[in-house]
Design a protein. Structure first.
Lengths: 447, 123, 520
């Protein structure tokens, strides 16, 4: 077995040093009737070539985003990731290191985490960010729990523009923790009256911007009403690139900002691993979940970094911890921070403008298709169209024609019959004019 | 002036009808560098043995329990910016909170200085 | 030829004391500034053309003002992150004996497979007909996990170990609610030796935690469990093999007692690497167990993540598994994403879980096969015991010199009165080129040192590690405390001031204030 360095001779020598005659003498604590005497019923070892053949065949069954006109979004976005990002994250010292618990030999990880935290705080317009959550959706769940700790209330209000999977995660956590959740109805037109749901019993309001249907929402009046009632505003985003062009939640009064960072540096990979971004105001820092990296000095007075404020965390606080999170999104946060460094402020802004310009072009093209209505008054790189017919069937037809043309709202909200004709369409920098023309043709044909 | 001690290493120094509560010098030595103190709100009522505050070092967080029942009438807000005071002067400027005693009789169940010293020596 | 360039060819006085350098660099150890100190807002390492003029549709929500993000060109970016990487220890560079973390070799085939466009470049919400191969990977990993654990169901979506714990405990809470006992069964039993995530998870799900004492030989006794069991108990959370590196001998009796009391048995699978192919948790009465793919199945730790924490479930808990899950309909695979019409307790995360980790884990499983997996566990246990046997005369074993599983636990009894602490000893290992073992965990022994070599080390590598620890131990005995008290001496940084970091947290870079000249 190519991954196991010990030889039969080594094993004999080692057993002799230990003073036992066979390896099963080391497994004596397992009840004898439970110790397996032979291999589990699974295939035997395979060469690298054989494994590659098997997995390549599975991979070949999937339609890949780069090979077709591709307009699928709704929480995960196809962007170009520079080649150097993937090269750097595969450096042994990043890929095969553990959580930086021994800071003297983990300054590489700690420094990029400090840089990552600073970038996320700047991007969201907040004071501080943590070293990442699993993804945007679980970060959203954690944000609600944090708001409950801060306000000592236990009722969350979820906007109807929040990604339904995120809402599901919050509802699941809240049900288990026996907290209250009010979910407003799906709100494709961004017309809901959130303000009416805010009173002094509410711990937090969760609003997504751009929302899952692509609409941009002004969070300022919501923040104002929240604060007047002692509640917190949790702002969510699923498209991090939008923050290069859209007013950040920190400037609209958000108290906690959570989002999905996949768009920057990370491939689609069928939904994970991604990276949750989590930022808040300085005054709430001790209620934050997750790891935090801080600056300090070493014994010679040189600048260095350590994990800090650890008394919030499970390995010290146990059942009184702010979260049970341990492993986070380490390497995905590295991909994020490298890509962000490559982009820089000017690059991010340009990237965001290209995304928005492309989406505007597509919206105009689709508005000209008979039987199609663009719902959004405003959007960034994603919007919702109403099609004549069942959007899921339209998507299947387009897929047969070699175009991946968006996410039917019914995929996310199957119970809501009123949404059956809605299609959520994303358009990023990867889409060309030819792609958009192919989409328009395929959509026409499918209607 | 009378001081009483708990087995969890809190002290309470009686000043009239209130008690000044903090952690003992022995406790701060065990904790190591104190980095944060979480204090209750003034006006909070605490029962004897209930959590009243939290004191944190880099690698540990310890609850501070009320030695007696009563209402919190004052907290040492200076500790928020200067937690090291707990290490430097635990029984003086490093006090945590003042409690208005609800039942002075509860003091009888606590150790006096000699008993507490013997208790620490036994640990 | 004469050496007429005057070039010296012997080291001469090179043994002299090292001078301070102008750059503070020490040859290959480069100091590296923060991106905020070397980057510029108008520089970019990505070429993007400005779009043609168009009318924005942002409402009134355009971002104004500076964001504060520096940019670097591509060569500067490479240099920055390569220099940072050189400040990190890694499995590829050396033995990484972190107990309970299973720092085994990360095969590079796995990385190549995860980057196949057919996996990396597919979207979670594409029509399912276009991603059958991706769903097949999820089903494949699920199949291997069920076979290896002797269970009939697995929830694949949890994103890491602690997330898997939450998933398993939620399934338990849902099952209890379905029995109508939600109001009464509120307590979860957790041993003192447990990883902190266990009590944190139980509290997260609204349970209160009762501690089970750990017996003098480092194990949980069934009588101690029985004494705590009652109609108020929902579950026990037990790590097996436990954090002391020992297999819980009474596991079957404990499982029976728990079930007889109407409670469930959650097993923390962090240490599964010791028993893969040797024993199946399902045979031992486990109702739910998460599996850290980033430990047992070699997906890279990546400096702290991402992980993956699928949870295998007993028949009793299977119906409550969260969405999504895979069902086979003829030759077609379908991901069930909607709870309607199921007993699923809810959803753990957006989309379908850590696909990138599933591919790597499947690549590892296929590579090892049933025979290789069993051999890997045997080798891991063998190496840990070899280290135990080779150090037992110098270091102290809190629970006696008897077989351990894949990790061996020492305490600091042998350091008493020497002036050297567990932390000092760990830091001195850094100077010797090793990452320290897990220290001060588990909490049930004083000054814990938990060593897990894994199956990935050759005998020569393990022997050198043992020789190094013996040499350090002899130094302790000789009273050579300087080797420890100031260690590490040779790492990129000396010991860091954690008190300063916690008292005055600096969690982000801020632009330094301009230096003002004293006003006249």
């Amino acid at each position: 077995m190519r991954y196991l360095p010990l030889t039969e001779e080594d094993r004999s020598l080692m057993l002799a040093r230990i003073g036992v005659s066979k390896v099963d003498d080391l497994f004596v604590d397992i009840p004898a009737d439970k110790l397996l005497s032979k291999n589990v019923d699974l295939p035997r070892a395979k060469s690298e070539m054989e494994v590659e053949r098997i997995l390549s065949r599975m991979a070949a069954k999937n339609a890949t985003a780069s090979t077709v006109p591709f307009f699928v979004g709704a929480g995960s976005y196809k962007h170009h990731v520079p080649a150097s990002v993937d090269h750097l994250i595969q450096r042994s010292e990043f890929l095969t290191s553990y959580t930086p618990y021994q800071p003297e030999i983990a300054q590489g990880t700690l420094q990029y985490l400090f840089e990552f935290q600073t970038q996320v705080a700047a991007l969201t317009g907040m004071d501080v960010a943590n070293a990442s959550m699993y993804d945007g959706s679980t970060g959203c769940g954690e944000a609600v729990l944090m708001a409950h700790r801060v306000t000592k209330r236990r009722k969350a209000v979820l906007s109807g523009g929040l990604h339904p999977h995120y809402a599901d995660v919050v509802r699941t956590l809240s049900k288990m923790a026996e907290d209250d959740v009010v979910t407003l109805p799906a709100d494709a037109g961004a017309t809901e009256d959130l303000l009416a749901s805010i009173d002094s019993s509410v711990s937090c309001v969760v609003v997504q911007n751009p929302d899952v249907f692509g609409n941009l929402r002004d969070l300022s009046p919501i923040a104002e009403k929240c604060h007047a009632n002692g509640a917190l505003l949790i702002a969510v985003f699923t498209e991090a690139v939008s923050l290069g062009l859209v007013k950040p939640p920190g400037e609209m009064g958000a108290d906690i900002v959570v989002g999905e960072g996949q768009s920057i540096g990370n491939p689609l990979t069928f939904g994970g691993p991604y990276v949750g971004l989590f930022a808040t105001r300085q005054k709430y820092v001790r209620q934050m979940p997750g790891r935090l990296c801080g600056e300090t000095v070493d014994a010679e007075g040189r600048r260095g970094f350590v994990l800090t404020l650890s008394t919030r965390e499970q390995h010290i606080r146990r059942d009184k911890a702010t979260s049970n999170i341990c492993t986070n999104a380490g390497l995905c946060s590295l991909a994020f921070t490298i890509h962000m460094t490559l982009l820089g402020e000017a690059g991010l802004r340009r990237l965001a403008r290209v995304n928005h310009a492309n989406a505007c072009k597509l919206a105009d093209a689709l508005a000209g298709v008979k039987g199609v209505e663009v719902l959004n008054k405003s959007f960034f790189n994603e919007f919702t169209i109403r099609v004549a017919g069942d959007a899921a069937q339209v998507v299947e037809k387009m897929a047969s024609a070699g175009v991946l043309g968006g996410v039917p709202a019914s995929r996310l909200l199957p119970a809501d019959a009123a949404l059956r004709d809605l299609l959520i369409v994303a358009n990023t920098e990867v889409n060309t004019d030819e792609d958009r023309a192919a989409f328009v043709d395929a959509l026409r044909a499918a209607l | 002036m009378s001081v009483r001690y708990t087995k969890d290493h809190e002290y309470i120094r009686i000043e009239g009808d209130t008690g000044v509560v903090g952690i003992t010098d022995y406790a701060q030595g065990q904790l190591g560098d104190v980095v944060f103190v979480e204090l209750p709100e003034v006006g909070k009522r605490v029962g004897k043995g209930e959590q009243a505050a939290v004191v944190e070092s880099v690698k540990a967080a310890s609850e501070v329990y009320a030695p007696v029942s009563g209402e919190v009438v004052e907290v040492n807000s200076a500790l928020e910016g200067a937690p090291a005071t707990v290490n430097e002067d635990a029984t003086g400027n490093g006090w945590f909170l003042k409690v208005k005693l609800a039942n002075a009789g509860e003091l009888d169940s606590l150790m006096d200085e000699a008993a507490y010293k013997a208790y620490c020596d036994s640990l | 030829m004469l050496n007429n360039q005057g070039r010296p060819t012997n080291p001469g006085e090179a043994g002299a004391q090292a001078p301070k350098t102008f750059t503070s660099n020490r040859a290959l150890q480069m100091e590296e500034a923060l991106i905020f100190e070397i980057g510029r807002p108008d520089t970019s390492g990505v070429d993007i053309d400005e779009p043609e003029a168009f009318t924005q549709r942002l409402g009134a929500l355009e971002r104004k003002g500076e964001i504060g993000l520096p940019g670097l060109s591509e060569p500067e970016t490479l240099r920055h992150y390569v220099r940072l990487s050189q400040k990190n220890y890694s499995i590829d560079a050396g033995l990484y004996p972190l107990g309970s973390c299973t720092m085994k070799h990360n095969p590079r085939l796995n990385e190549r497979m995860a980057r196949l466009p057919g996996f990396a470049d597919v979207h979670p919400l594409q029509p399912q007909s276009t991603v059958q191969g991706a769903i097949e990977v999820i089903e494949g990993v699920a199949h291997w996990l069920m076979e290896l654990t002797g269970t009939k169901a697995v929830a694949m979506s949890p994103k890491a170990g602690a997330h898997g714990e939450a998933c398993g405990m939620m399934a338990i809470k849902a099952a209890i609610a379905a029995r109508g006992e939600a109001a009464t069964r509120r307590v979860v039993l957790v041993p003192d030796s447990a990883h902190g995530t266990n009590p944190a998870t139980a509290a997260l799900i609204g349970f209160s935690v009762k501690a089970i004492p750990v017996g003098p030989e480092g194990k949980v006794h069934v009588e101690d469990v029985r004494a705590l069991l009652g109609p108020d108990v929902a579950a026990i959370m037990l790590t097996n093999p436990n954090t002391c590196g020992l297999f819980e001998t009474q596991i079957s009796e404990i499982a029976k007692a728990v079930h007889d009391a109407g409670a469930y048995f959650y097993c923390d699978g962090a240490n599964f690497n010791a028993i893969v192919g040797k024993a199946r948790p399902g045979d031992l009465g486990v109702d739910a167990m998460h599996i850290n793919l980033h430990k047992t199945f070699s997906t890279p730790h990546g400096g702290g993540g991402p992980g993956a924490g699928p949870v295998v479930l007993s028949d009793r808990l299977a119906p409550f598994a969260p969405v999504p899950f895979v069902v086979r309909e003829g030759t077609n695979l379908r991901l069930v994403e909607d709870e309607a019409g199921t007993q699923a307790f809810g959803r753990m995360t957006a989309f379908h879980g850590q696909m990138g980790m599933f591919i790597r884990a499947l690549s590892y499983m296929l590579s090892h096969g049933s025979d290789g997996l069993r051999q890997a566990s045997e080798d891991a246990v063998l190496s840990a015991n070899y280290i135990r046997a080779s150090l037992a005369d110098l270091m102290s074993l809190p629970f006696g010199n008897r077989p351990c599983m894949h990790e061996v636990l020492f305490d600091d009894e042998w350091l008493k009165g020497t002036g050297v602490t567990t932390l000092d000893f760990a830091k001195a290992m850094i100077d010797e080129g090793y990452h320290p073992m897990t220290v001060y965990f588990p909490l049930v022994v004083h000054g814990a040192m938990l060593i897990e070599p894994t199956e990935s080390e050759s005998l020569a590598s393990v022997d050198l590690f043992i020789a190094t620890l013996r040499d350090l131990a002899f130094s302790v005995q000789r009273g050579d405390t300087e080797r420890f008290s100031g260690a590490p001496y040779f790492a990129p940084r000396r010991r860091l001031d954690e008190t300063k970091a916690a008292r005055n947290p600096v969690l982000r870079w801020t632009k330094p204030a301009p230096i003002l000249k004293a006003a006249e």
